[in-house]
Ligand binder design. Structure first.
Ligand code: CTP
Ligand code: MG
Length: 250
């Protein structure tokens, strides 16, 4: 990807139910600091600028089927201010299927695709730019990663009281991966096409897009992540996000 000009699209996944959060609303429309998670996430994607000035020009959002219009209305102001094309599409049975549905909406000119989770609403613009710049520098698949702070062990099948440790995995070789992830469009589309059979069930589906690209034999590159891009999964995570946006922990 050494072209003079990049046309960047973002697929923003927001179609999950948020079952671990446990609220009545889909997670992406839960408000923090007065705005839904999906709006925060979209704003950062659209505000980011790569080193060459490139910005996202198409935003594709995956949403629960019953919330398509609602999500479009929620995003109208952010999208209008940025002069960006918005498409809102129904999600699939898994995140993998949702991203695939989003990719089907890309306009012809797009050559770089960011895939980002609405569940990471406070990914900073610098992180978005870092990912795009690494794609532009020639890496066809780029993920942000942070060092793993806990000691990690591989375990075997349990006996009802616990599980046996098989080995301690060297932590210095591990990163915890975030979004946005950035891809050469053709690489990502091919990886999704090749891996589509996995997408129907949570047990087989890829939990991130880079996993599909790896499985397709294409190298994936890690750039430094950012703890502000933490994922909101549980009620505790939501409380932390609320406290951070209120300035209590910043
Ligand atoms: N997602 C999606 N389509 C799905 C499942 C998930 O677009 N079928 C999106 C979610 O909206 C979220 C991101 O993928 O932005 C990461 O998923 P996760 O954190 O697991 O969110 P949920 O699936 O909504 O939460 P849970 O697993 O607790 O139900
Ligand atoms: Mg999920």
């Amino acid at each position: 990807m050494h072209d003079a000009h990049m046309t960047i699209a973002a697929v923003l996944t927001a179609a999950g139910s948020g079952s671990r959060l446990g609220l009545q609303l889909p997670k992406a429309v839960v408000p923090v600091a007065g705005e839904p998670l999906v709006v925060h996430a979209a704003r950062a994607l659209l505000a980011a600028r790569a080193s060459d000035g490139s910005a996202v020009s198409q935003l594709v959002v995956t949403a629960p089927a019953a919330h398509l219009d609602e999500v479009a209305v929620l995003l109208a102001d952010v999208v209008e201010a940025a002069d960006v094309r918005l498409d809102v599409v129904g999600g699939g049975r898994t995140r993998q299927e949702s991203v695939a549905a989003g990719l089907a909406e890309l306009v012809d000119e797009v050559d770089v695709v960011l895939v980002h989770d609405a569940a990471r609403p406070f990914a900073p613009v610098e992180l978005v730019a870092r990912v795009v710049d690494a794609v532009r520098a020639g890496h066809p698949a780029v993920v942000p990663g942070l060092p793993v702070v806990d000691t990690v062990k591989r375990v075997g099948p349990g006996d009802g009281t616990g599980r046996p440790v098989l080995e301690t995995v060297p932590r210095s070789d591990l990163v915890a991966v975030q979004t946005p992830q950035g891809f050469d469009r053709e690489v990502l589309e091919r990886a999704h096409a090749v891996g589509s059979g996995r997408g129907a069930h949570e047990e087989t589906a890829a939990s991130d897009d880079a996993g599909l690209v790896e499985a397709d034999g294409v190298p994936v590159w890690v750039v430094p992540g950012d703890e502000r891009a933490a994922k909101v999964t549980t009620a505790r995570d939501l409380l932390v996000a609320q406290a951070l946006t209120a300035g209590a922990l910043a």
